[in-house]
Design a protein around this ligand. Structure first.
Ligand code: FES
Length: 121
């Protein structure tokens, strides 16, 4: 397992992107949703290999805060499932990342996340 961040690094109502290891090809997006911590690879499924989605650091939410958004071409994703609900990758989904939270609040991710491809489909 790799240390991603601490639970205090993820404020409610915001998204944060963390590199799982130095030199990793993509960040992991972490956010709170309905009292649960969720995480996705920062890799839009529009193109094979995945495109980073934020328009600036940590900016992964749509303007109304109700969806994750890829700011390259405006695809919107359901926060709970990662399913694309509008945009050019309709029918695809973000790659969910399993999180483990230690008793001290450290958030860990599986080792493979540091070198993983982006798109599931
Ligand atoms: S790369 Fe994400 S919508 Fe095109």
């Amino acid at each position: 397992m790799l240390r991603l961040c601490h639970i205090d690094d993820v404020p409610k109502g915001a998204t944060r992107g963390f590199l799982p290891a130095p030199g990793a090809p993509r960040r992991v997006i972490v956010l709170w949703h309905d009292g649960q911590l969720l995480a996705y690879a920062d890799a839009c499924p529009h193109y094979r290999g995945g495109t980073p989605m934020a328009w600036r650091t940590d900016a992964y939410l749509s303007g109304d805060g109700r969806h994750l958004e890829c700011h390259a071409h405006g695809a919107l994703f359901d926060i709970a499932s990662g399913d694309c609900i509008a945009g050019p990758c309709l029918g695809r989904r973000l790659t969910k990342v399993a999180l483990h939270v230690d008793e001290d609040g450290t958030i860990l991710v599986p080792d493979h996340v540091a070198g993983r491809g982006g798109s599931e489909r």
